[in-house]
Design a protein around this ligand. Structure first.
Ligand code: AMP
Ligand code: GLY
Length: 418
């Protein structure tokens, strides 16, 4: 079977490695992939947002199944275009991807169907947003409506900060049209849990839970990043909480999307906060998370391709989806300076690439692997339990070398303390 994966980060590398465990997978194309993914797939220089070129490539090359991994192409309708051209896809269509593409939509959905989330208000005028901010209880969370590379959320401790956040999003248009509307919501507290799930629009099967580490530096200090590491499972997510989330959040969300005429097929990501008043949704993503995927998929025992096909065909209730009882830890090795400015082009050497998922790297003309992004790679280890997985991941980090590398030393610490 010829498979095409759209995207080019550590998440896509993990998806490709996992798909390749199925012997039916004979060929994998990555669009665009990256210098490290090139070891596992044929990388094709077509960008993740170039939907027309993706469709042409898939048709011309006899692609039999496509996985659309990143948010941008999903929200832009890559699945609609590929399916219309006869290419079966894993991923939500445009109508369903709006669950991530518009926070105004997702808050509206949760309010309409009584799915627990932070209390919020929506504004499309700067004046009324600023008026609201002047009296609402602090701290406040100000969110751009649309996609913003994970950076459209500003937590304001003071009124001044909240006003500045509204200005940045709505007036300066830091995130472009994504800031035409803002959601302003109450600040919630409690441990955060990421739950990725498979769904075919009717049945929902959660994968093993995970914990992201979003801040750049140890002890959760420094700027927010795309994620500096992850562990799975998340120890805060007990069986009791999982059962509650299934009844109060997962099933109601999937049913609500179907009811709205937007059945969601693909990976639905629940970003949850376990507040003193129970689990609440912080955000939905219409895709696999990164780096969460780098710890979740290595724990998958059943076949990924089978689950993906079942999501598309509506047969998930009969599918075999299993995860191991073990644990995984992923430490992201980044370029010094990330998430702000950093240098690129340093040679990467890896003593043993087992468990290394490459995110930001390219091949030089003479075939060397060079750094080419902020998050360069993720080092994942699995083990019977979390302490062993964390230890092993850090041992393996020592096998990766490049100039100006930096990584957090405390991935998994919070989970181990839980
Ligand atoms: P998001 O991009 O929506 O995942 O938000 C980024 C991060 O902001 C989340 O992972 C949370 O840590 C934090 N966050 C978002 N919404 C809230 C909220 N209502 N209360 C507290 N923290 C929040
Ligand atoms: N790690 C968070 C995300 O993928 O959005």
């Amino acid at each position: 079977m010829k498979i095409m994966v759209i995207g080019g980060g550590g998440r896509e590398h993990a998806i490709i490695r996992t798909l390749k465990k199925n012997p039916k997978v004979t060929e994998v194309y990555a669009l665009p992939g990256n210098g490290g993914i090139a070891a596992d797939a044929v990388c094709v220089d077509i960008g993740a947002k170039d939907i027309e070129a993706q469709v042409r490539f898939a048709v011309d090359n006899g692609v039999e199944f496509a996985v659309v991994a990143p948010d941008d192409p999903l929200v832009l309708g890559a699945v609609d275009a590929l399916e219309a051209a006869g290419i079966p896809c894993f991923g939500p269509d445009k109508k369903a991807a709006i669950i991530e593409g518009s926070k105004v939509f997702s808050k509206g959905l949760m309010n309409k169907y009584n799915i627990p989330t932070a209390a919020s208000a929506v504004f499309s005028s700067v004046v009324s947003a600023m008026e609201y901010v002047k009296t609402a209880p602090l701290p406040l969370v100000v969110k751009a409506d649309g996609l913003a590379l994970g950076k459209g959320v500003i937590i304001a401790q003071t009124r001044q900060e909240a006003l500045a956040a509204v200005e940045t999003i709505m007036l300066d248009k830091k995130f472009g049209a994504s800031g035409d509307q803002v959601v302003i919501e109450e600040f919630l507290t409690g441990p955060e849990v990421s739950v990725l799930s498979f769904t075919d629009g009717k049945t929902v099967i959660p994968m093993v839970s995970s914990m992201d580490h979003k801040r750049a530096h140890d002890n959760d200090e420094g700027l927010n990043t795309g994620g500096m590491g992850a562990v799975a499972p998340n120890p805060y997510y007990t069986d009791e909480i999982a059962a509650r989330c299934m009844e109060e959040i997962f099933k109601p969300t999937v049913a609500a999307m179907a009811k709205e005429g937007r059945p969601f097929r693909g990976c639905l990501y629940f970003g949850l906060m376990l507040t003193p008043n129970g689990p609440k949704v912080i955000e939905y993503n219409c895709r696999f998370g990164d780096p969460e995927t780098q710890v979740v998929l290595p724990l998958m025992e059943s076949d990924l391709l089978t689950a993906m096909i079942a999501c598309r065909e509506g047969t998930l209730d009969r599918a075999d989806v299993r995860f191991s009882k073990g644990a995984a830890c992923c430490v992201v090795v980044a370029s010094e300076g990330y998430p702000e400015s950093y240098e690129k082009g340093y040679e990467i050497t890896i003593d043993d690439d087992a468990g290394v998922f490459v995110a930001g790297a390219k091949k030089s003309d003479d075939g060397r692997l060079l750094t080419n992004g902020g998050r360069v790679l993720g080092v994942t280890a699995t083990a019977d339990d979390l302490p062993a997985a964390v230890r092993r991941a850090y041992e393996n980090v020592e096998k990766v070398h490049f100039a100006n590398a930096f990584f957090r030393r405390d991935i998994g610490k919070r989970a181990l303390e839980a």
